[in-house]
Design a protein around this ligand. Sequence first.
Ligand code: ADP
Length: 182
Amino acid sequence: MRLVLVGPPGAGKGTQAAVLAEQLGVPHISSGDLFRAHIKGGTELGKQVSSILDEGKLVPDDVTNEMVRERLAEPDTAKGFILDGFPRNTGQADVLAGILAKQDAKIDVVLQFEVPDEELVARLLERGRTDDTEAVIRERQAIYRSETAPLLEYYSDILVTIDAVGDVEEITKRALDALRGR
Ligand code: ADP
């Protein structure tokens, strides 16, 4: 299954993606994790994007698309994947569709995580990553609304929405139920 997770920062996509990847037997591909690995490893790309992540802005599409293109060329993606954090705008979604079309493939399902705004800031402040200060969180939320939310319309044919408030196990169950038969 080729699955894309969509939801605002703090919706719990990363947590659920790890569990779902295990259950579905496909790799979890997080663009945020890929960037953070580059930063940690001190690569050229890492140096380029480090301050962008700290400010909560989006990395330029050409850099992001190329990084994901390379990841999707790895053989473990042949059986499917869970994309978490990519695409984050419709331009990236077009690029993704192009990458997959070359393999005669397409995204099967887009799973949206729905969480009320008040809950999101509280969760992120608890997590305490370097880009989890209140000002940066608000910036990431604003970018989500302007850049990423249009994906819900873009993917309306294959969109499934779940309530992402509750225990981790409960949300996993909702996700698996929503994916059943897709
Ligand atoms: P969150 O979902 O909590 O915002 P992520 O780990 O998904 O966290 O992303 C962290 C940061 O990495 C983003 O704020 C952004 O700077 C960068 N990033 C991740 N994915 C993308 C993407 N698809 N396009 C551009 N920038 C991205």
